[in-house]
Design a protein around this ligand. Sequence first.
Ligand SMILES: [Ca+2]
Ligand SMILES: [Ca+2]
Length: 169
Amino acid sequence: MELSEVTSTYQSQNGESVAQFISNFENAQKNGWIGKQEFFDYYTDLSMTFTHDEQFIHFVETTWGLNEDEEAGVFKEQIGYITNALRLKLRTMANESSEEFVLRNIFKDFDLDRSGNLTMTEFGGIFHKLAIQCEPKYVKAIFRKFDTNKNGLIEFEEFANWMIYDAYK
Ligand SMILES: [Ca+2]
Ligand SMILES: [Ca+2]
């Protein structure tokens, strides 16, 4: 499959392109169904054409409406591990305090443009600043966990709730 084909499928999300997309499975049995093996073969090949994991994950998700990786077990375990590490470091920064002004100061540190919310880029900066190794696909997944109202930004309330209450979700 050419990258240009991938890109056009990626950009258009109507039913026709999905049909087109399904017909692109090289080993598809043309019976209208995609077997598990076909799915995996296809994505193993396809993942080679993306230079960033994040791009690839986004592509798989937008195409299939998935919220989680096919390797859900490993993925979830990693997310849990990184989330706990993140929380521990942030709790240390806050001196274990749950006072709003303390949490607000921490939040402001990461809100580089002072917009009152964190973009994906600003959120990614937290991991960098706290020296937590984290691949972009995990940053993205954790971002989504934080963003409980699903507006694509992390507001202070979402951040604070997670710091105080939702640590082990
Ligand atoms: Ca911001
Ligand atoms: Ca939000």
